[in-house]
Design a protein around this ligand. Sequence first.
Ligand SMILES: [Zn+2]
Length: 289
Amino acid sequence: MGAITHVLRRSPELKNAVYVGMGAAGAIWRMGRGGRSADRTSELRILMYHRVSPRRVDTYTTSPERLRMHLRLVAASYQPITPTTLLRAIEERLPLPDRAVLLTFDDGFLEHYEHAYPALRDAGLEALLFVPTDHIRERGDERHAASIPYTPLDWTHLEEMRDVFTIGSHGMSHQKMTELPRATAEFEVSRSKQIIEERLGTPVSFFCYPFGTLTAYDSELEAVVRTAGYKASFVTIPGPNPDEQVWAGGALRRHGVEPLSRFALARVLDGSSDVVQGMIRTRRVPVEA
Ligand SMILES: [Zn+2]
């Protein structure tokens, strides 16, 4: 199994094929049970995107065309919810609609402004954008851009995109919170929230753990996030979020969907590839040019 998961992590094409294969098996299984899982209630599926670029920079890159295809599928066949709807659901313990989907983008690449923003706007959709505050530059400050391996957004972009993106915190330095001294992690959790709130003048309700794997957070950090005033935290572990988990706002699961085909994305959204996704947690790997 180790060798297979190793190959799958590096090959999105193969991942597509496996999701589709498992999805087909799941669909046949569900047909035998009357078309639906017996225990299926409303459960939120959260999609996670990183780079959006015509050039495939790493295995987490989605092309703008593929993103637009995903957005069309979500808008046509699912119930896309806005971050505001999620916040209300948490605060008032409201059930989310059946087939609810939330879109999220991580890290704050300039590509989010160039490609994701217009795609979302054209589709009439909103999304959550998680930024590490140390990476967000001032407009015109090229020195800052040189210190990280990609071109980040600047604060003016974030202001400009507020009709589409709700900004959440991704910490400050984008380090694994569990590997930082606890006091530093606590500082990053609360200070990043303050910085975004001061710059954009709106409350920040959502926190996303850098890396977001099982080893990237713990119950103590969850308490820190709550004490800082966040309403929910997000991780990168795939799976559904039943209403009770949404209301608790703790460690909401997300599916990395770069760069899935239409059919494979549909298998993610209907839950039929949950088992196999749990086995092959994707890792970001640079693509050799
Ligand atoms: Zn990140």
